[in-house]
Design a binder for this molecule. Structure first.
Ligand code: TEU
Ligand code: CA
Length: 545
């Protein structure tokens, strides 16, 4: 077992409710997911991140937990989960769970008891105040639906604090009982054999008056305690931080290698979309240069899209307005400070462009994560509420309900996409697998090549500065491997010269097409590109050199 396994892993984000329904009740479930493990293994991913599966009233699709040690009955039982983890491991797939630690559901027994009386013995499991004036500098995150982080509870005549929906009261981490309870919950799930956690909304755990209540020293101190606790007992378990912050604040979640092993690369994600739209490498290179290095044992988790809105919380207001104009022309496409669209619609359903975006995902530093359905170019439904439009049933076939469920369409937890472009009749796993030219097969190929070359997950990264700004090129180097990933970000054919003089005499071979390129000289290395074309040029030392 390589303790740094997560550096080579390719992650896949699954909303269990949306993936596969095994018992015809219209809801995806763990047994349904079990039946699809062969699909995931065949795709080539090797670590599954399951969105929350604990007991929940589903006000926030499970991010409002009412019992940390019970599985939502619609999803199945703890035995189903144990069987799923074992079956995944038998296929070389790992499983990480979502640890929702900043808040509980307001239906959690803790909160029911705490709100019952000011004298409740566990009142201070949560944060109560006589007015809503405390923590004034903490920004409201769900700005489309919340006007305050405080909610008045008439029963006891006090306000309680919530960074998200009012049904998600924040836990009080100054209470040692909470600190301990969350460790105990993690232990419970790790004992079942899971391989780690994606830790939800970690920047907000501790709050202090006069601060923005994000990224506080007390929060990092506790998260280091979480890492010690987990790594002492489960040395191969990975902790992945959801810390949607500016680069310097995001990097802090790695600590000195003694906090999270992984963190989502939120800083680069919107800049990928900016560079694609501007057909200019500028935004990507700029944010990469503003991002401090991370400890050797740590790893970014790179992503294009996920179950939330495409967040524009950590860009300038001018950049946000520009992104909304360019990618979310209809107001319904916007949510909070983001864009609630899936990858294919954001990229005009242009297969070459979607493949280019995934080439960036698979070659930039970090471990990539695919959001379920994006591998087949699924669409979205902006007319569903909140973020539901990017969480519709997985489209397996052109059968009724997209092969997701045997239930009648009226019983599904959400309607399957059925529009003429992205509808399940046209876009589905069966159709994609049958078409050798499909997006699915391209991604499967990119995944296969990436898995053969550790340089992508473990190498350093040096950006080249070719004269043509539409070309994004970077050298990845690890041990005896050197690969130059070169991308034409533009919709037109382009050419440029690359400064590869340091590799004079070597003959580049494209890892993807096996095409050999002319030997490198001291002159700028000329490369021609079709629209959105990319190459992963292996610069193996020439034989005998
Ligand atoms: O999101 C936490 C968070 O900070 C969000 O504002 C996030 O930055 C934004 O939605 C864009 O990604 C997590 C979960 O991902 C989200 O689904 C939950 O609703 C939220 O926590 C509360 O648990
Ligand atoms: Ca079901």
């Amino acid at each position: 077992m390589d303790p740094l396994w997560y550096k080579d892993a390719i992650f896949y984000e699954i909303y269990v409710r949306a993936f596969a329904d095994s018992n015809g009740d219209g809801q995806g479930d763990l047994c349904g997911l079990l039946a699809k493990l062969d699909y995931l293994q065949d795709l080539g991913v090797d670590c599954l991140w399951l969105l929350p599966i604990c007991e929940s009233p589903l006000v926030d699709d499970g991010y409002d937990v009412s019992d940390y040690r019970r599985i939502l009955p619609e999803y199945g039982t703890l035995d189903d989960f144990r069987e799923l983890v074992q079956a995944a491991h038998a296929r070389g797939l790992r499983v990480i769970a979502d640890m929702v630690m900043n808040h509980t559901s307001d239906q959690h027994p803790w909160f029911v008891q705490a709100r019952s009386s000011r004298a409740a013995s566990n009142r201070d499991y949560y944060l109560w105040n006589a007015d809503d004036e405390k923590f004034k500098d903490a920004r409201v995150i769900f700005v489309d639906s919340q006007t305050s982080n405080w909610h008045y509870d008439p029963h006891t005549g006090e306000f309680y604090f919530h960074r998200f929906y009012t049904q998600q009261p924040d836990l009080n981490y100054d209470n040692p009982v909470i600190q301990h309870e969350m460790l105990d919950v993690m232990n419970f799930w790790l004992e079942m054999g899971i391989d780690g956690f994606r830790c939800d909304a970690v920047p907000y755990l501790f709050k202090r008056e006069g601060t923005n209540c994000e990224n506080l020293p007390e929060t990092h101190e506790y998260l280091k305690r979480v890492r010690r606790f987990v790594s002492e007992r489960f040395p191969d378990a990975v902790l992945l931080a959801e810390a949607n912050q500016w680069p310097r604040d995001a990097v802090a979640y790695f600590g000195g290698g003694d906090e999270f092993q992984m963190a989502f690369n939120f800083p680069i994600m919107p800049r990928i979309f900016m560079s694609l739209k501007q057909q200019d490498r500028g935004p990507i290179v700029a944010i990469a240069q503003q991002t401090p290095p991370i400890p050797d044992s740590c790893q970014w988790c790179t992503f294009l899209r996920n179950h939330d809105e495409l967040t524009l919380e950590m860009v300038t207001s001018e950049e946000r307005e520009w992104m909304w104009r360019e990618y979310a022309p209809e107001p319904r496409m916007r949510l909070n400070l983001g864009i609630r669209r899936r990858l294919a619609p954001l990229l005009d359903n242009n297969q070459r462009k979607i493949e280019l975006a995934n080439s960036l995902l698979f070659t930039l530093p970090g471990s990539p994560i695919i959001y379920y359905g994006d591998e087949i170019g699924m669409g979205d439904d902006i007319w569903l509420k909140d973020r539901d439009g990017v969480r519709t049933p997985m489209q397996w076939s052109a059968q009724e309900c997209a092969g997701f469920s045997k239930a009648p369409a009226s019983r599904l937890y959400a309607p399957v996409i059925h529009d003429p472009i992205y509808g399940y009749a046209r876009v589905n796993v069966e159709q994609q697998r049958a078409d050798p030219e499909s997006l699915y097969h391209t991604l499967k190929w990119l995944i296969a090549i990436r898995r053969q070359h550790p340089v992508f997950g473990r190498g350093d990264c040096i950006f080249l500065t070719p004269p043509n700004p539409a070309i994004l090129a970077y050298i990845r180097h690890y041990q005896d491997e050197t690969v130059v990933a070169v991308h034409n970000l533009s919709e037109r054919a382009q050419e440029t010269g690359l400064d590869l003089g340091a590799f004079e005499g070597r003959t580049p071979v494209d890892l993807l097409t096996k095409q050999s390129f002319p030997p490198i000289t001291r002159e700028p290395y000329r490369v021609q590109f079709q629209p959105y074309q990319f190459f992963w040029l292996n610069l193996a030392p020439s034989q005998g050199s």
